[in-house]
Ligand binder design. Structure first.
Ligand code: FES
Ligand SMILES: [Fe+2]
Length: 359
């Protein structure tokens, strides 16, 4: 089997996946441009329905994101062509009423666009993996806190790798939570076709527990750490404090914008803050410091891609979860290259064979 190329941010296999592209609150009836895998998309609510189109008007290829919506249509800012929610051109002002609209005057729609746990997700082509979920987001015992969206000169693959990596804690996070035993506990990994779980239950020193200071509980306590990964970059860490009680959940969702740029969406869910907004703000600020510590390392890489050839790096038993990430993503890119695309997957690309109109 030929060696797999490293996974860069614009790998074509990533077109067949769901990716976060915005927070829901950022998208209204005013078009907004986002970048994904080196391509520009426009997000807009047309007649109240979320839509995603390639950010390119079919007339003179002007960005639609500088246009505006009019009722149930999206209007291009250049010559005023109007498009309905399905992307069909319904009006060309320069032709007057009754003017013939060319059949190719259609926008290129994303294969899918949807909203989940506060984010807009876009799939350029038919996705191989289902969109990941965060059950705690629906659980009323949890409250959520969003970190600010960060933009980094980084690789989505390497950022995902870093999120799963437990061996860097004492070194990268020495100023926050990293003063821990450097030995990584053994993880049990269970794989589904496009996702995996990595779980460990181990003892740790719970210095945050007020019950320790009160003499109710010992300093050495047990916790269960569960990583949930859905390809490509939908990652969730859940920590259950088995003695002190309470659960912390950290979501980490990556938008590969271009070869050199990534957006990081992170949200935390907590069931132990009694709905106190001040405590949630403090927890969000702490998590932001942790992510910023990670970005110092991640932005120092020259080669912004994740190796998928297993001989390109050295792996140890402490790297169990990050090895599984490489296997998952390798399977994804192989499948993306071997599964034929269906007609219509690429919107306007499927219409490229239509004859040009005589004008
Ligand atoms: S470029 Fe959009 S209407 Fe002409
Ligand atoms: Fe980290």
């Amino acid at each position: 089997m030929p060696r797999l190329a490293p996974l860069g941010n614009c790998h074509p296999g990533l077109r067949r996946c769901w990716h976060p592209v915005a927070r829901c609150s950022e998208v209204s009836d005013r078009p907004v441009r986002v970048r994904l895998l080196g391509e520009a998309w426009v997000l807009v609510r047309v007649g109240g329905t979320l839509r995603a189109f390639a950010d390119r008007c079919p007339h003179r290829l002007a960005p639609l994101s500088i246009g505006c919506s009019h009722g149930d249509t999206l209007a291009c800012a250049y010559h005023g062509w109007r498009f309905d929610g399905e992307g069909r051109c319904v009006e060309i002002p320069a032709l007057g009423s009754g003017g013939a609209i060319p059949p190719r005057a259609r926008l290129e729609a994303a294969h899918g666009v949807t909203e989940r746990h506060g984010m807009v997700f876009l799939a350029p082509e038919a996705p191989l993996a289902p969109l990941g979920d965060v059950p705690e987001d629906e659980d009323p015992s949890f409250s959520a806190g969003d970190l600010p969206v960060l933009t980094a000169k980084a690789s989505a693959g390497l950022l995902a790798d870093n999120f799963l990596d437990m061996a860097h804690f004492p070194f990268v996070h020495a100023s926050t939570f990293g003063a821990e035993d450097p030995v990584v506990p053994p993880l049990t990994v269970s794989r589904e076709p496009w996702s995996f779980l990595a779980v460990t239950e181990h003892e740790f020193l719970n210095r945050e527990d007020p019950g320790v200071a009160a003499g109710i509980r010992p300093l050495v306590q047990r916790r269960r750490v569960t990583y949930r990964v859905v390809a490509p970059f939908h990652l969730v860490l859940r920590i259950d404090f088995l003695d002190a009680g309470g659960t912390n959940v950290i979501g980490f969702f990556l938008q590969p914008e271009s070869e050199e740029s990534c957006k990081v969406y992170s949200t935390i869910w907590r069931d132990d803050l009694e709905g106190d907004p001040g405590r949630m703000a403090a927890a969000v600020a702490f998590e932001l410091r942790v992510v910023e510590e990670d970005l110092v390392v991640q932005q120092a890489y020259d080669d912004l891609c994740l190796p998928l050839d297993m001989t390109a790096e050295i792996h140890t038993k402490a790297d169990r979860s990050t090895v599984e990430l490489r296997r998952l993503l390798a399977d994804l890119v192989v499948a993306a290259e071997s599964v034929p695309r269906h007609d219509g997957d690429r919107g306007a690309a499927g219409r490229a064979a239509e004859p040009a109109p005589a004008v």
